[in-house]
Design a protein around this ligand. Structure first.
Ligand SMILES: CC(C)(COP(=O)(O)OP(=O)(O)OC[C@H]1O[C@@H](n2cnc3c(N)ncnc32)[C@H](O)[C@@H]1OP(=O)(O)O)[C@@H](O)C(=O)NCCC(=O)NCCS
Length: 168
């Protein structure tokens, strides 16, 4: 499957809502910014912020298979709210392909020297995916919050483009 990035449409939002079926899945995918159940209104109002660029992730037929956002911060670009919808499609390298597409987008469109993301410590598949795409954990930044009766430890992962050699 070859993935492509596009602008989210109503079909994409409906699919995304169907992929997130519990409060814990919502927290894992998107952090604390949304309330379960996810709604199109919440999604649309969150991207009214001009510093957030939302993406439909589709297969070569244009069908939505995932979702992701890039948040533009002062010092960096943050990759956020990353998901591949079909559980059967996970663990096959598509997540890494998606992160590379997002890094290409940052390289072509955003002037920054650092790309970052937050990921929960228990989310080993996501951490491995981000490592394969060139990210590494910054051990100095870690946050813990309580949600749904347990502690959620969030790690910061960072990617430094090699501008000198023209590599992203
Ligand atoms: C995070 C996500 C996008 C990654 O996509 P993916 O297609 O699964 O990623 P990849 O297949 O490229 O990489 C996953 C890696 O983790 C490995 N992996 C899977 N489960 C694992 C586990 N429990 N422990 C360790 N590694 C694991 C896979 O084998 C693969 O590594 P490999 O290629 O070396 O074998 C996808 O899993 C997803 O949508 N998860 C649900 C939403 C979510 O958690 N989003 C992250 C928000 S930060």
């Amino acid at each position: 499957m070859t993935l492509q990035l596009g602008s989210p449409d109503t079909e994409c939002y409906r699919k995304l809502i169907s992929w997130v079926s519990t409060p814990d899945e919502l927290m894992q995918f998107a952090g604390a910014g949304f309330h379960f159940p996810l709604t199109e209104t919440q999604l649309r109002s969150s991207i009214e912020d001009q510093t957030i660029i939302p993406f439909k992730v589709s297969d070569s037929t244009g069908s939505p298979v995932g979702y992701a956002e890039i948040h533009i911060r002062e010092q960096s670009a943050f990759l956020c709210r990353i998901i591949l919808g079909d559980q059967e499609s996970r663990g096959k390298g598509y997540g890494t392909q998606l992160i590379r597409l997002l890094l290409d987008y940052v390289s072509d469109n955003i002037n920054c020297t650092l790309v970052e993301l937050n990921v929960y410590e228990f989310n080993k598949a996501a951490i491995r995916c981000y490592e394969k795409a060139g990210f590494s954990v910054n051990p100095a930044i870690k946050t813990v919050r309580e949600f749904n009766g347990r502690s959620w430890t969030s790690l910061r992962m960072q990617y430094q483009p090699d501008h000198q050699n023209g590599n992203y």
